[in-house]
Design a protein around this ligand. Structure first.
Ligand code: HEM
Length: 261
């Protein structure tokens, strides 16, 4: 066990001094809301760090056929996203006028370049938006994302589990996967694979809800202006609302039950 540090204080442990040095508004005092904007984004990045850490653990557990310890970690990830959705309420106390006082300073930086968000998309098993522009500006993050793309992700370990349990020979085939999922849902509710499916769809749902909440807030802040990252803004973000990491879990719902409305 690590030896305790004598007389350790709260600030030393949490590096509070260093932390409080990290907010550097470009425009204060002329744009007092810039501090809110920076703190919101920084706290998001901290939570993204935790999500990446937990998803790594979930992937390892599932890879080793240990489902139970993965459940509460998946629940943690969902709860983090719930919290992130609520954080946008605080950001929305900023008016568009207050935002416009510093928005032009941000150009061309954008949440689009949040490489941790891209990494968690890859870890969940999704295709992330094109991040090749990162290669020129932040080569180390680009390399990290490329490496992440080659590792097992939540989706690939889920498919392997289905294969290992003999529910599908080729789970990468959509029809086989759908059949396997339906057979899982025919099991009693306490079946561990069914519980896993429910945790996975919950994470998927929370991330989708975050995307919805973000795009609504963006429209409230900037209307139909283009993004600082150079995209069309709201119309671009609306195209991301269809992204699902486990589309088959959603599609299976249509085929469940005996009703054929
Ligand atoms: C005033 C607040 C905000 C505005 C106006 C805003 C606006 C935008 C716009 C217009 C885009 C599209 C890319 C571009 O052209 O820039 C975008 C993308 C993005 N933003 Fe925000 N954003 C805000 C707050 C946030 C916050 C607090 C986060 C948290 C990290 C965030 C994370 C992201 C991410 C991850 C993307 C990429 C989405 C994707 O490509 O799937 N944004 N944002």
């Amino acid at each position: 066990m690590t030896k305790p540090i004598p007389h350790l204080t709260y600030s030393q442990y949490l590096k509070v001094e260093e932390l409080l040095e990290l907010q550097a508004p470009l425009t204060t005092p002329s744009a007092p809301d810039e501090l809110l904007f920076i703190i919101t984004h920084q706290s998001y990045e901290l939570w993204f760090k935790l999500v990446i850490h937990e998803l790594d653990r979930v992937i390892q557990h599932l890879n080793n056929d240990r489902l139970f310890p993965a459940f509460h970690l998946l629940e943690r990830v969902s709860e983090v996203f719930k919290n992130l959705i609520h954080q946008l309420d605080i950001l929305e106390t900023m008016t568009p006028v207050a935002f416009n006082q510093f928005r032009s300073q941000l150009n061309p930086a954008s949440g689009f370049q949040s490489w941790q968000f891209r990494e968690l998309e890859l870890m969940a098993g999704g295709h992330t938006s094109d991040y090749s522009k990162l290669a020129a500006v932040e080569p180390e993050w680009y390399a990290r994302l490329k490496a992440r793309g080659d590792k097992p992700n939540l989706r690939t370990v889920f498919l392997s589990l289905i294969k290992k349990r003999g529910l599908a020979q080729h789970p990468e085939n959509r029809d086989e996967l759908l059949k396997a999922i339906l057979s899982i849902y025919e099991q009693p509710i306490q079946d561990e694979l069914q519980t896993l499916c429910e945790f996975l769809i919950r994470v998927d749902e929370q991330i989708i809800l975050w995307r919805f909440r973000h795009v609504q807030m963006v429209e409230r802040m900037i209307g139909m202006k283009h993004g600082t990252g150079g995209s069309l803004g709201v119309p671009y973000l609306e195209t991301t609302l269809k992204k699902k990491f486990f589309p088959e879990l959603w599609q299976a719902r249509t085929a469940m039950g005996t009703d054929s409305y």
